[in-house]
Write a protein that binds this ligand. Structure first.
Ligand SMILES: [Zn+2]
Length: 515
């Protein structure tokens, strides 16, 4: 049983049922057993509950815990030996193999220390491995729960085109052009992941049976990997699985130009329009990235109430392009924010991601006003909570919501001087940093106090990760690395040999032919 008051110079909260973000001066909140009982001026709470412990001070801002709507793995590609590359095979994770528990505890640690309290993990164990392996599933989930975070766990499910899709087809078409021996090894390696649809669905169903309702900080969601990576039959059955369990669903969509070109090759239309043909679109669907969409796609998404998670740093680092965010906002499409796992500082810092989101969409000229601080805060709190299906409990600081709170030290933000007319939300977004997060509370439990983790030993975690890094590669990783190098010369030809079909990117940053 926990009960305490939280005090801040400001309390910042978006609202469930209205636009905008409130900034309340000298407010606090009363939490009991993980729930927010009341938000009120702090002096009122103090006089009513003089005996309760107080967390926070008048030098801190109380903010809702940040929600990272899209993320995959604890170590970055770079840490694992793979620098950023555009083409898919280079994104099949790097040379090293790390225990999923330690790797994801490391990821959780980076998120907690920069203010993220909830993450959606689209779990991909790496190429050539079983995406629904029971042991890794249990380790990954345990890592987040042990750290104190909330986690939405969604195994990334695919059954074709694991790494290749473009204007000339997918993996089968690519393999047909390889020398015989390489074709055999390439096909055998990637086919290991391509399990029958019925098996994928029944084992995904097992994840629901084992984990749904097992912990108040855990949700299970559904994640078809990408449109070209799933057969139609698999997409439809995953859609039905999500509807049956009343969860949200997350699919990578038109992240790279090549994925759009694959759609034009395979179906004569964009992958989004193909999803529409399958009756796949609905308000429980989050289309991640959505960079290469046109106005027709956006109209269709708006009509079906689809939301979009954007990952600005990932899109830059992986040379994907820029999500046409104003066009989505014009259509009242819910926009959420995630880090993928390729953050600006090669970490999982949502505050950095918010800063980039805030700046990157500024179109030249004066016609389009930039995103506001309120829009950015909403995308990284209540909107992300909504797209992961948890907006009934997190994303705002209102009575009845879970006490998922972060406290930001304002010393750096306000001192030695800040013009008092600067709106507080702008000051926090422009000047606040991950390192300014002092305290992190999840469900009324303090999981980081004065920047010290309360649930695990950071030093021991680093020591163990360092030890594991010295172990030899496992056979699957070795085979993948060999294949990756051998197919590279053929890949450029496969992607580039036909003239590229024209497609208006609809967004000034993404092409040369925009009006
Ligand atoms: Zn992703």
């Amino acid at each position: 049983m926990s009960e305490f008051l939280i005090r801040g110079k400001y309390l910042v909260t978006p609202h469930v049922n209205s636009d905008g973000v409130s900034v309340l001066s000298e407010h606090g909140l009363h939490q009991k057993n993980g729930r927010i009982v009341k938000v009120a001026p702090f002096h009122e709470l103090r006089s009513r509950f003089p005996h309760l412990e107080v967390v926070g001070s008048d030098r801190q801002a109380i903010l809702p815990g940040l929600v990272n709507s899209h993320y995959h793995q604890g170590f970055s590609f770079l840490q694992l030996g793979q620098p950023d590359r555009t083409t898919d095979p280079y994104r099949s994770q790097g040379a090293w193999d790390v225990d999923p528990y330690l790797e994801h505890l490391y990821g959780a640690m980076q998120m907690i220390e920069t203010g993220t309290t909830t993450v959606q993990v689209i779990y991909d164990p790496g190429r050539g491995r079983d995406p629904l392996d029971e042991l890794s599933t249990s380790k990954v989930i345990k890592a987040y729960l042990d750290s104190g975070m909330r986690v939405c766990y969604a195994p990334e499910i695919v059954n074709q085109n694991t790494i290749i899709a473009g204007p000339n087809g997918g993996e089968r078409e690519f393999a047909a052009r390889l020398p015989t021996d390489l074709k055999r090894r390439f096909t055998r390696f990637f086919d290991k992941e391509h399990l029958p649809v019925e098996e994928l669905i029944s084992r995904n169903e097992d994840v629901f049976s084992r984990y749904s309702d097992s912990n108040t900080r855990l949700r299970i969601n559904v994640a078809p990997g990408n449109v070209h990576r799933c057969s139609d039959d698999l997409l439809i059955k995953l859609r039905d699985l999500a509807l049956k369990h009343k969860t949200t669903m997350h699919i990578h969509l038109q992240e790279w130009y090549n994925q759009l070109l694959y759609g034009l090759w395979a179906w004569g239309k964009s992958p989004l329009q193909h999803l529409n043909d399958l009756d796949f679109l609905g308000p429980n669907l989050d289309c991640v990235h959505s960079v290469w969409v046109n106005d027709q796609d956006i109209e269709t998404m708006a009509r079906h109430g689809v939301s979009v998670s954007t990952n600005p740093t990932s899109n830059f680092r992986l040379q994907a392009g820029i999500t046409p965010i104003y066009r989505f906002l014009d259509k009242d499409i819910t926009m959420a924010l995630g880090t993928d796992e390729v953050g600006l500082n090669d970490d999982k810092d949502m505050i950095q991601e918010m800063k980039l989101l805030h700046k990157v969409h500024r179109l030249p000229g004066v016609k389009t006003p930039p995103l506001t601080a309120s829009q950015v805060f909403k995308m990284s709190t209540i909107n992300s909570a909504k797209v992961v299906g948890w907006d009934d409990a997190i994303g705002t600081l209102e009575t009845g919501m879970s006490c998922d709170v972060i406290l930001m030290n304002l010393d750096h933000v306000e001192y030695p001087f800040l013009d008092p007319n600067v709106p507080t939300l702008d000051a926090i977004l422009y000047r606040g940093r991950g390192i300014d997060i002092d305290t992190v509370i999840v469900e009324g439990e303090i999981v980081m106090n004065d920047r010290r983790f309360t649930k695990f030993d950071k030093t021991a975690l680093y020591r163990e990760l360092g030890r594991i890094a010295k172990l030899p590669l496992d056979p699957i990783k070795s085979e993948l690395n060999t294949l990756r190098h051998e197919i590279t010369p053929y890949l450029g030809i496969f992607y580039n040999e036909n003239s590229t079909p024209t497609f208006n990117s609809e967004y000034i940053f993404n092409g040369e032919k925009n009006s």
